[in-house]
Design a protein around this ligand. Structure first.
Ligand code: ARG
Ligand code: ZN
Length: 878
């Protein structure tokens, strides 16, 4: 498993598989320490592939081979060869059955890839290449087979035995063990295989599909969590209905199962008919989960369910095509969540994430195209570029096509490619074929990395009553791609008059004006001009509405224009974005000059927003949120860690002091003591009041502190409880320590709630935070073997606490490298992910650069790194 200097895999080397597998019959004798796996594969030569040397090479890692046979004839060792990564049979017929018997050890599997033990249960994670740790196989997504799975296990320890497909048999064997058989009628790649064995309970429901088929729905959890599954079930049923209505996609098996497991590397996994979830994305009760948790569950449940069509029925030809399923499925889950809650707020949250993480990735040595060209370890490419930027690519195509043509194009995609393993090129071809649009240039988005910059200038000419927009685009170089070509993209905009009304727009040369509102311009050139005619007065442009393309927009607005947009723009996203730009400007000015005065007009704009009781409180809470420290750093030539932190604290404090009475009034107006509701209005009200409380505490306001303590004590929902706890820890002195200890006592025995307790402490800007994090690593509730614990303590410190992680003495960097090296032998995926906190080293000052670089070098100098960690660390220095 561990080796230095591993070889990269290249997209250009793709070849169709030499053999295909029609059916797979698996038989597991399950045991935590020693599981036996017998596999019968029906293989045949692929008619379209070129013939190799007559042999067959199967993938397999960490398997103990006991027997191998072809057409029931046992093979002597001379007829095959085993390496740590493969089984090669020197000579095989054109069509045959291969039988192998291996043993594996789930309890020793700390990488959580393949079959592993989580708590008392056994579970699997096969995407991307985990199936090869279960049995010898052609472990690649373009080999699709029909699976039958037989599970045999001790009936007491593992009363519930699940696999993909429909249940086919269940009986007790003579030796008392239990046997269960599952048959999956849909051909699938091995990465979608799953099994579960455990002592689990389930909540059950039913769903009738549009064509009238009855489907059983079950969510399996450990018995004590049965009271935390309702929200997940509700979300599932809503997602199933939505996919029928919006995409015409029905579910296709008799049963759909979700299982929550406590040890999981990622969010969740869309295995056919048997989704396996990180329990964080299933379990929620209003007193244990925040509004954000509830929304996360709704989104991830939908995401995995949507994969049944975008991923499972139609899958990826190879892993370079990962965004084919992930980008499209993220787009689908984003739209679903927008329909379930507040559309504008959802878009803001998605753009915030994209800007904070994907833009930063695109500006780092890890930058890669949505369809990467090469990788050493595919697990390193489950990135915000493949997922979130990939979703933006689908969104732009939906915008360019318009809703009717986009629906026709997705219908065509599902019809044309059902049952196939295809490429992003196949997807774009469907978009073109169904719409008549030419997406030739648009394809560059898939192959070109980097975030384009749009520089826009506007010129008003009173004499001719015209407004001219000049748009220039360029994309900065990224590793391996020094030259960039112009991209085809939709630029949504409106022009506003002095009252904020949208003008009817007519471009020079057009016969008639389009109705007033948003208009989509298509950009294709490095530089383009658009002249609008019949513009009676100088307008204020509202640009990139709804964030119509994943670009950095530059337009030289005056502060007054930004305040105007913040107050009047009809597009919720653009109102928020104007406020962000305004606050960003002010903060960067304060970084340069801590003595800079905050203009009165800024407080006035903030006050006006706070006084607006007619708007959506959720949107208002977003408008009133200062840009994150990391995002501010992204806007600077050299990140000034301490200056940014200081400026941001100073602005928060000034707002808290200057607008104290209004903030207290907003707090009182939205403090809802009634029953907990999960409506967009109630969520918005909680967000807004907690935002107001945050400013008050930043200002050291005594009444604010009293409210905060009262809120912590009275809170019956986790949103209010954790918001108060965070503020008390950061600003409350003794009260913070007291609250932490009470919170821990109250929630001991609820690991997911304790994760919040770890995170609140790890992200505190208090000077003693690193010492506290180190102490918490020895807390019995912490474990390096559980990825959720690692992320909530170590991950939170390194990724969400810039001022402490980037401490000038390098202590944060040293801490990270130590943890990464400790984790790598246990769980390479988690170690490599954590390592990413160092890849942005070139963005910092010389002293920090040297310290970060030294830690990366120390990691690279270590013997026997995993491929995962080696790839991230070596790319970081490129
Ligand atoms: N396909 C899963 C999803 O829904 C992610 C699984 C990734 N797992 C991994 N080990 N890389 O997004
Ligand atoms: Zn996915």
């Amino acid at each position: 498993m561990y080796r230095n200097n591993p070889h990269p895999v290249h997209l250009k080397d793709y070849r169709p598989p030499e053999f295909l597998i029609d059916t797979v019959d698996l038989r597991f004798e399950l045991d935590a320490d020693r599981t036996r796996v017998e596999a019968h594969l029906a293989l045949r030569r692929n008619p379209v592939a070129t013939r190799g040397d007559g042999g067959l090479r199967l993938d397999g890692e960490q398997l103990e081979l006991e027997a191998v046979a072809i057409d029931d004839r046992p093979l002597p060792p001379a007829e095959y060869r085993v390496t740590p990564e493969s089984l090669t049979i020197h000579r095989v017929p054109d069509r045959f059955t291969l039988t192998t018997r291996v043993t594996i050890s789930p309890s020793q599997n700390t990488a959580l890839e393949g079959l592993y033990q989580s708590g008392d249960m056994l579970c699997t994670q096969c995407e991307a290449e985990g199936f090869r740790r279960i049995t010898y196989f052609l472990d690649r997504p373009d080999v699709m087979a029909r699976f039958t799975t037989t599970l045999i296990a001790d009936a007491e320890r593992y009363p519930v035995l699940l696999a993909n497909g429909n249940p086919a048999a269940r009986r007790t064997l003579d030796d008392g063990r239990q046997l269960t058989r599952w048959v999956d009628p849909f051909p699938k790649p091995s990465y979608l295989f799953a099994l579960i064995a455990g002592d689990l309970s389930a909540i059950e429901d039913r769903f009738t599909t549009a064509s009238g088929r009855e489907v059983v729905l079950r969510i399996y959890v450990e018995p004590h969590n049965l009271d935390k599954c309702d929200h997940a079930m509700r979300s599932l049923k809503q997602a199933m209905r939505w996919d029928e209505e919006r995409y015409g996609r029905e579910y296709d098996l008799d049963i759909f199962m979700i299982v929550a497991v406590s040890h999981f590397n990622m969010g969740a996994m869309e295995n056919k008919g048997l989704n396996v979830f990180n329990d964080k994305y299933v379990l929620a009760r209003s007193d244990t989960a925040t509004d954000q948790d509830f929304q996360g569950i709704e989104g991830v449940i939908a995401h995995e369910y949507f994969h049944n069509w975008t991923g499972n029925r139609i899958t990826c030809r190879d892993w370079f095509q990962l965004s084919l399923k992930e980008g499209f499925t993220v787009y689908r889950d984003q739209e679903f969540s927008a329909d379930m809650g507040s559309r504008g707020v959802k878009r803001i949250a998605d753009v915030r994430l994209l800007r904070a993480h994907q833009f930063a990735e695109d500006a780092s040595p890890m930058a890669h195209p949505v369809r990467p060209e090469s990788y050493i370890e595919i697990n390193n490419f489950y990135t915000t570029t493949v997922y979130e930027k990939g979703a933006e690519l689908v969104r732009m195509q939906a915008t360019l096509l318009g809703p009717e043509r986009f629906r026709r194009a997705t219908d065509l995609y599902f019809e044309r490619h059902d049952g196939q393993a295809v490429t992003t090129e196949d997807f774009v071809r469907c978009m073109e074929a169904a719409s008549g649009c030419d997406l030739g240039q648009f394809r560059r988005w898939y192959s070109q990395a980097g975030t384009p910059v749009l520089e826009v200038e506007g010129d008003y000419d009173a004499a001719s009553a015209t407004y001219r927009l000049r748009v220039r685009q360029h994309t900065p170089a990224t590793p391996g791609q020094p030259e960039k070509a112009p991209l085809h993209l939709p630029l949504a905009l409106a022009l506003l008059d002095a009252e904020g009304r949208e003008l009817a727009l007519r471009l020079d040369g057009e016969a008639a004006a389009a109705p007033a509102g948003t208009r989509v311009l298509e950009l294709r050139e490095a530089e383009q001009c658009f002249t609008f005619v019949d513009i009676a007065e100088p307008p204020v442009p509202s640009l990139l509405r709804g964030f119509s393309a994943p670009v950095r927009l530059r337009f030289d607005y005056s502060d007054a224009e930004l305040m105007f947009l913040m107050a009047h723009d009809g597009d919720g996203f653009s109102r928020w974005d104007a406020a962000q730009t305004l606050m960003q400007r002010l903060l960067l000015r304060l970084v340069e000059d801590p003595a800079a005065v905050i203009p009165e007009s800024f407080f006035a704009a903030f006050a006006q927003a706070l006084d607006d009781r007619t708007g959506d409180p959720a949107l208002l809470a977003e408008v009133l949120t200062l840009p994150a420290e990391s995002y501010l750093g992204d806007q600077m030539a050299v990140v000034d860690v301490d200056g940014i932190h200081r400026a941001r604290c100073a602005l928060e404090q000034a707002i808290g002091v200057r607008l104290r009475d209004r903030l207290l009034a907003v707090y009182a107006a939205h403090d809802d003591a009634g029953a907990y509701r999960l409506t967009p209005e109630a969520i918005g009200a909680r967000a807004l009041k907690n935002r107001a409380l945050g400013y008050l505490l930043a200002a050291g306001d005594a009444e604010g502190l009293a409210r905060c303590i009262a809120q912590f004590e009275a809170a019956r929902n986790m949103t209010d409880c954790i918001s108060a706890l965070r503020l008390l820890v950061d600003h409350g002195g003794e009260a913070g320590l007291e609250a932490l200890s009470r919170f821990h006592t109250r929630w001991s025995g609820e690991p997911l709630v304790l994760d919040k307790w770890f995170s609140v402490q790890a992200t505190s800007p208090r000077p003693d935070t690193l010492a506290r994090v180190e102490r918490l690593m020895r807390n019995p509730d912490f474990s390096l073997r559980n990825p959720n614990r690692v992320r909530s303590l170590i991950g939170a410190f390194c990724n969400a606490n810039p001022v402490r992680f980037h401490a000038a003495d390098g202590s944060g960097y040293r801490f990270l490298a130590d943890r990464v090296l400790e984790l790598d032998p246990l769980n390479p995926q988690v170690a490599a992910r954590l390592m990413r906190a160092l890849v942005h080293w070139r963005r910092f000052d010389a002293a920090r650069q040297a310290l970060m670089r030294a830690e990366i070098e120390r990691v690279l100098a270590t013997e026997a790194l995993s491929r995962d960690l080696y790839e991230v660390a070596s790319r970081a220095l490129e």
